[in-house]
Ligand binder design. Structure first.
Ligand code: SF4
Length: 214
């Protein structure tokens, strides 16, 4: 794989998934911070069922900081890991109020200092809210697809992200983020990838090995 081929690959994915966008619903930067936190080990679909009621209850960042923890736990219970997530949401809201004047910061360094926000979440927030393409959010789909296609042999999201950044120009990073998720959900499905109908099979090491193609 080289840079030209990876751009070709991205364009094929774009043709296949023209509607690929962030599937989490939000209307403010902090709502996305919360939605991304809730989406850890949970589906976006489930998060989108929980957030309308949560965001009605917590309209401002101060509401998130001040909500009774038991009430918050109850509201987000179905997203899993609710105790930890509730604790992080409240603490993160307090940090944003106290350290950033109530505005979600927009650098990787500042975002990853917030409770419950790792590099993957920070990448999503930077891309979706601020349109800053610092990197690629490597989730389970991006990890699997990068390994299968042969874009990265690495196993950790941080190292895979560094490999992917070498292949894709900045203007494609946001798309890649969504395209891998959509491809993973629709075609390159974890337990049963639909290789025969895959639009990027000609680029994929896994497929070539499967079919014994040189
Ligand atoms: S060819 Fe198969 S393994 Fe490779 S990206 Fe497509 S679906 Fe995934």
């Amino acid at each position: 794989m080289n840079k030209d081929k990876s751009i070709e690959l991205a364009n094929l994915l774009k043709e296949a998934y023209p509607d690929a966008t962030c599937s989490l619903n939000f209307t403010t930067p902090f709502e996305l911070v919360v939605a991304v936190m809730l989406s850890a080990q949970c589906t976006d679909e489930r998060v989108n069922k929980v957030t309308p009621i949560l965001f009605k209850e917590c309209k401002t960042i101060e509401d998130f900081a001040n909500i009774d923890i038991k009430k918050l736990e109850q509201l987000i219970h179905s997203c899993g890991f609710y105790k930890n997530k509730a604790k992080n949401i409240k603490l993160c809201a307090k940090q944003v109020i106290e350290n950033y004047n109530g505005e979600v910061p927009h650098t990787m360094e500042e975002l990853t200092k917030l409770a419950g926000v790792g590099r993957k979440s920070a990448n999503v927030i930077l891309l979706e809210v601020f349109n800053i393409a610092e990197g690629i959010a490597v989730d389970t789909h991006a990890k699997r697809i990068s390994n299968l296609i042969g874009l990265s042999k690495e196993k950790t999201p941080e190292k895979i992200e560094q490999d992917l950044i070498k292949f894709f120009p900045k203007n494609l990073l946001k798309d890649i983020n969504h395209l891998f998720v959509w491809h993973g959900r629709n075609t390159c499905i974890a337990r049963k990838p639909k290789c025969d109908i895959c639009c990027v099979k000609d680029f994929c090491n896994y497929y070539k090995n499967l079919k014994n193609i040189k």
